[in-house]
Write a protein of this length. Structure first.
Length: 115
């Protein structure tokens, strides 16, 4: 394993941890004016529902990006050898992109259920 790959991975993990921590703190320190609005459902569960929706959409987008990167690089290699595989390759890349759409649908369902 190359030594140069450890530092960027560590930076990505630290940045993701920092982003989750800041998001959690912002959800805990919401202004009183924002909480004054009447809630249709359980008011105590609303911040957790928003956090769950954000995590669902965010992780699905990260997974879709990773899948498209993996499938896309293999697709370019396959197309370099056999250009007639273009239709099949586009379907595989489209399936990898669908992961993000599923995450968005789950996030919408979570927020709809929370009220």
């Amino acid at each position: 394993m190359k030594a140069g790959l450890k530092i960027p991975t560590l930076l990505v993990v630290l940045a993701a941890s920092l982003a989750v921590g800041v998001t959690f703190l912002l959800l805990q320190i919401t202004p009183a004016a924002a909480q004054a609005a009447p809630a249709a459902g359980n008011a105590a569960a609303a911040p957790w529902a928003m956090m769950a929706a954000a995590v669902a959409a965010g992780l699905a987008a990260l997974a879709a990006g990773y899948a498209v990167a993996s499938v896309g690089s293999a697709a370019v290699g396959a197309l370099a050898e056999k250009p007639e595989l273009l239709g099949r390759v586009l379907i595989l890349v489209g399936l990898a992109e669908g992961i993000a759409i599923y995450g968005l649908i789950v996030a919408v369902l979570i927020l709809n259920r929370a009220g």
